[in-house]
Design a protein around this ligand. Sequence first.
Ligand code: NCD
Length: 307
Amino acid sequence: MIKNRSITSIDDVSEDEMIEIFDVTERMLSALESQKRLTSMSGKIMATLFFEPSTRTRLSFESAMNRLGGNVIGFSDVKSSSVSKGETLADTVRMAESYSDIIVIRHPLEGAARLASKFTARPIVNAGDGSGQHPTQTLLDLFTIKKEIGRLESLDITLVGDLKYGRTVHSLLLALARLDATVHLVSPPSLRIPHHVISAVKDKIDITELDDLSKVIHDTDVLYVTRIQKERFPDTEEYQKLIGSYSIDSSIVSMMKKDSIIMHPLPRVDEIRPEVDTLPQAKYFRQAFYGVPVRMALITLLLGGDQ
Ligand code: NCD
């Protein structure tokens, strides 16, 4: 049971717990689809501490809590919080603890969510820590694959784009290592996945690193595209050189299997052309939608509400 636990890495969630989260997600999805009013979180408060920009993650967490009948407090801009006056993370978290039951945090520094969890007894959920991890994104990514492909095992998965700074792919790769996946990591040489992530998984799954997408596109079941993380580059000139490194258009999609899918955590810039949006393989908007039922399930299990 994950009740009252902090989720700062995808490794904080076991396989059995993932199965449980997805079971509850299915029930949340049916409730959403039938517009059933849920009240299991009535009287509970979620604090969202967003020290970095976000659209989907914050809104879907807030939507999830509202849909469960709970309330939300927080900030989405450090300028409007006492952080701008120099308050430490520890003090901000201690305050959030006394005002809420669960704390969702996004921060530009890797390890910030784990550090925050040391200052509070409330469950802390990592909604992205710099180039570290984004575990709830991974839960919704896996749920999307399960729903749209029909299985999580024995898949050929290609992760493409900024694998160095992209936190979504770091968490996803750790989770894929527990499934029997074949993984291709496609990126420019300077944006390869960090060594510590590869070494955590390389003995468990079959991985290839390359820079040419056309070599693996035909066999791919899931093409997971990522944005080049402009905000993490120490040198903007370096970023400029990499703009447009990969751009998925309809000619690339025509090389893919008929029943394959394209995912993206969003926001996208130019790495998926708009013409792809209407193709049957495009699942990224559906993926973003699944963020709500997955987060409803997670909040419910963390706070021990009715499922
Ligand atoms: C991602 C993030 O913030 O890491 N977005 C998201 O949460 N859906 C990906 C990105 O910003 O590129």
